[in-house]
Design a protein. Structure first.
Length: 286
């Protein structure tokens, strides 16, 4: 599963879009600013959904920015070489996205007041999302089967490394004033309430009409219809849109349509072993 990767401090990263020099720069020399707001996720956990929500909050619910600027320019990817250039000219306060595990995050974050919003998702659904995405993303190795991807995922032999370590690493920041975490499932269950909580964390006071506009414009359908958010602008050599959509299904529980009973049990055993210290933390634990 790691054919198209390089390893940086033991974490496999996509070699076709990133490089070790940039990751090293990001970790050691990138200057985080106090008013930066980071969206951090393990891949396929709802990153772009959160970017859209934050973009809309940034604009008090006005969708013009979301409809006129590609999502990757509104919240550049920290680990991407191009993004660093964009971030230099970005007008503060900056929105920034990242999949980096906590140990590779910029050192300058630790002395700053910058905010991190960490979004996590049921790993079984995330795996299904990744499985489908691997078919269209040319920078990912396409697994032969879900079974193959599942084995690699449980071993942490996938891009960005172990989901278990990623989540445990970041959730270790719970309780800090500048850290907020939320699940994809909570966003699905109550988007308006979730947006309200995110606004409170960011110190943004939105009117009821502005909140309603955030909810409406960050819906799955609105994002799917928005060329600036649905990845249709990416060239075919990066994302082969003939093989599927980036905004694929956008639901909770799709794993039930993909996992066999044996796969679910195998996953469950590994999950219990690795996550027992966080038992009961996640909506899918219920
Ligand atoms: S990536 O490639 O890691 O940045 O992908 P990421 O954005 O983290 O996750 C993609 C999945 O999020 C779903 N998505 C949404 N679901 C519900 N509502 C909205 N608005 C929304 N936007 C994105 C997207 O469809 C992917 O999930 P799947 O299960 O594949 O549909």
């Amino acid at each position: 599963m790691l054919r198209h990767s390089f390893s940086y401090k033991g974490i496999p990263l996509p070699a076709e879009i990133y490089d070790p020099e940039t990751i090293d720069f990001v970790g050691n020399r990138f200057q985080v600013l106090d008013d930066d707001a980071f969206t951090v996720t393990y891949p396929k956990s709802g990153t772009n959904w959160m970017i859209e929500i934050l973009s809309l909050i940034w604009q008090q619910g006005d969708p013009s920015w979301c409809r006129s600027v590609p999502i990757w320019d509104r919240s550049p990817w920290l680990e991407s070489p191009n993004a660093l250039e964009k971030l230099k000219s970005a007008k503060p306060p900056r929105l920034i996205s990242s999949h980096l595990p906590i140990q590779l995050f910029p050192k300058s974050f630790w002395g700053s007041k910058a905010k991190v919003i960490y979004t996590f998702r049921n790993p079984k659904d995330l795996l299904v999302s990744l499985y489908h995405f691997s078919k269209l993303a040319n920078f990912l190795e396409e697994p032969e089967s879900l079974e193959e991807l599942l084995g690699a995922f449980l071993q942490g032999e996938v891009l960005y490394g172990s989901w278990f370590d990623h989540v445990k690493g970041w959730l270790g920041l719970r309780g800090r004033e500048n850290f907020f975490c939320i699940s994809y499932e909570e966003l699905q269950e109550d988007l308006r309430g979730s947006v309200g909580r995110i606004c409170r964390f960011l110190g943004k006071d939105l009117s009821d009409a502005a909140l309603a506009s955030v909810v409406q414009n960050a819906s799955f359908q609105a994002m799917r219809d928005n060329p600036m958010a649905n990845y249709s602008l990416l060239p075919g050599n990066i994302l082969d849109k003939t093989k599927g959509s980036f905004l694929r299904k956008g639901v909770v529980g799709d794993w039930k349509n993909h996992f066999t009973v044996a796969q679910s049990e195998r996953f469950g055993r590994a999950y219990q072993e690795r996550m027992q210290d966080l038992a009961g933390t996640f909506p899918w634990d219920e």
